[in-house]
Ligand binder design. Structure first.
Ligand SMILES: O=C[C@H](O)COP(=O)(O)O
Length: 253
């Protein structure tokens, strides 16, 4: 089964009303491959989700950057999956490394969040990835497998899950993984899904790469057979995000 290329733009904690309008205008005016070829999802901070949804072209979708682990209620400062569904927000990013490291989100907590968000009808971009220390000690695969296992233990249907491999050492550093490094981990993750979930999920789940992706390095990465798209941080705030979307048509090796 062909996996549709997926490009996510994670705006993180950035933007003003004016900047958001400018980014959306750039996206709306861009000529990009059709929705049959590439799925584009932008993820503004919560407060900008309603205006972005109102202004954004209909072939692009919106994701939240997080949501609460269970049904909403007395959880000050949190936003629930139900609220996102109520606002017709189709996607949510969960388990981003910034939340794992700065807010101590554990593998189990992320697994619970993914399962709950899916149960409410959201689609999930689930993030995993190793630190530089873990890579240098040779434990990359063990780390990403443990992170994926915590999700797999709670999830029965993978149809609405995109797995984002984001090595922490590549995030916001300008130090992108080489295409070979990304392909190696993506292929290993696919094997892990094959052996621990099933062949169908391994073949159909999109595994996207994140970490210093830009307009200049995206094509080489997109050519790798197991790189099914990108989760873009810094460059998603710039016009070069369009070039990254266009890399969906790069021929696979
Ligand atoms: O979610 C996106 C990643 O954290 C990548 O961020 P970056 O493209 O700024 O390195």
């Amino acid at each position: 089964m062909a996996r549709k290329f997926f490009v996510g733009g994670n705006w993180k904690c950035n933007g003003t009303t004016e900047e958001v309008k400018k980014i959306v205008t750039t996206l709306n005016e861009a000529e990009v491959p059709s929705h049959d070829v590439v799925e584009v999802v932008v993820s503004p901070p919560f407060v900008f989700i309603p205006p972005v949804k109102d202004l954004l072209r209909p072939d692009f979708q919106v994701a939240a950057q997080n949501c609460w682990v269970r049904k909403g209620g007395a959880f000050t400062g949190e936003v629930s999956a139900e609220m996102l569904v109520n606002l017709s927000v189709p996607w949510v990013i969960l388990g981003h490394s910034e939340r794992r490291s700065l807010l101590n989100e554990s593998n189990e907590f992320v697994g619970d969040k993914v399962a709950y968000a899916l149960s409410q009808g959201l689609k999930v971009i689930a993030c995993i990835g190793e630190t530089l220390e873990q890579r240098e000690s040779g434990s990359t695969m063990a780390v990403v497998a443990a992170q994926t296992k915590a999700i797999a233990e709670k999830v029965t249907n993978w149809t609405n899950v995109v797995l984002a491999y984001e090595p922490v050492w590549a995030i916001g550093t300008g130090k992108v993984a080489t295409p070979a490094q990304a392909q190696e981990v993506h292929l290993e993750l696919r094997k892990w899904l094959h052996d621990n979930v099933c062949a169908e999920v391994a073949a159909s789940t999109r595994i996207i790469y994140g970490g210093s992706v830009n307009g200049a390095n995206c094509k080489e990465l997109a050519a790798k057979p197991d790189v099914d798209g990108f989760l873009v941080g810094g460059a998603s705030l710039k016009p070069e995000f369009i070039d990254i979307i266009k890399s969906a048509t790069v021929k696979k090796e």
